[in-house]
Ligand binder design. Structure first.
Ligand code: G4P
Length: 288
């Protein structure tokens, strides 16, 4: 993956979003359940004002179940309808329909008062790159979906996926830039793999990941890698752990020295693939 956002890209993304948002009633915002704050677009509230809103905690299979629940409560307390999903398996996707209806209650009521009955809700999926938008659309729309043609004047050039008589989805998701200007967000986005690894220092990332894991999920690293840390070594404690992981995973150079870079890549790959367990990196209580 190689997403580089420049001001020009951001302006273009924003313009597309503003164009498409005029056509829809409901904004379905995907966030990564492991980093629900850092994976949001910084301008989403401004862009989505006056629209019905939903937040989907995608990749919830990779995040802590307790934290998934806590994040749903967090978003709901902000007046956003939230659902946790795993777009890859489809878990949770079925429950979205009912929430869509709830999120669009006011629009449905407004239509009813004006005598407009059964006008389908039009929705658009938005999110930062790699959050799972395409996977979600495929899962949500399923095989049964039929694409409606262009409707002259109103939706020229747009393709809508008719999910049922009550709901249509814009077939192309809105891609928005992440919060990369905030240092912590940048780190979290890098850890989940939403940045180009070539521009990152893997060892520094591994040290940050070890810090986060030891603070919030004590014991998971020991359980996964079964290492023994040399407490006497004069190194930062995180590096001692990284070194111990290197030894336990046989990441050693020709002279027998620990290959920290290799161990760092190992650790980060394991984290991204959910092999260390279901780990959430951001906690609603710290965002209050
Ligand atoms: P995008 O359109 O927002 O850019 O994201 P996309 O759907 O391409 O998904 C990005 C990656 O995230 C894909 O993995 C996809 O399989 C994975 N993914 C999407 N939703 C979920 C989910 O709920 N849980 C998990 N565990 N993974 C999810 P990939 O490595 O690029 O492809 P693949 O190896 O899965 O084929």
């Amino acid at each position: 993956m190689n997403y580089q956002w420049y001001p020009g890209h951001m302006t273009k993304a924003k313009r597309m979003m503003e164009e498409n948002i005029k056509l829809i009633d409901l904004l379905i915002e995907l966030v990564d359940a492991r980093i629900p704050i850092s994976s949001r677009n910084p301008d989403i509230d401004a862009l989505g004002k006056n629209k019905s809103r939903m937040v989907l905690l995608n990749k919830s299979d990779l995040a802590s179940e307790n934290e998934n629940e806590a994040w749903m409560n967090y978003f709901e307390a902000q007046g956003l309808h939230a659902v946790k999903v795993n777009s890859k398996t489809g878990a949770g996707v079925k429950s979205i329909q009912a929430v869509v209806k709830e999120a669009c209650k006011e629009k449905i009521e407004r239509d009813r008062k004006r005598g407009i009955l059964n006008r389908p809700i039009r929705a658009m999926v938005v999110g930062i790159p790699n959050v799972g938008k395409s996977t979600f659309i495929n899962s949500f729309a399923g095989k049964a979906c039929a694409k409606t043609g262009n409707k002259p004047g109103v939706t020229k050039g747009k393709q809508w996926i008719k999910l049922n008589k009550n709901l249509e989805l814009l077939d192309t998701p809105g891609i928005l830039w992440p919060k990369f200007e905030d240092q912590r967000a940048g780190l979290h986005l890098a850890l989940i793999g939403s940045m180009n690894d070539h521009i990152l220092n893997m060892e520094e990332m591994a040290v940050s990941l070890i810090t986060l894991l030891e603070e919030n999920y004590q014991g998971v690293l020991e359980e996964k890698y079964r290492f023994t840390v040399d407490e006497k070594e004069e190194l930062p404690w995180q590096v001692r752990i990284l070194k111990a992981i290197a030894v336990s995973r046989n990441c050693v150079g020709k002279g027998g020295e620990a290959d920290l870079l290799k161990a760092a890549s190992f650790l980060i790959d394991d984290f991204r693939g959910g092999k260390i367990g279901r780990i959430t990196l951001e906690f609603p209580e710290s965002e209050a």
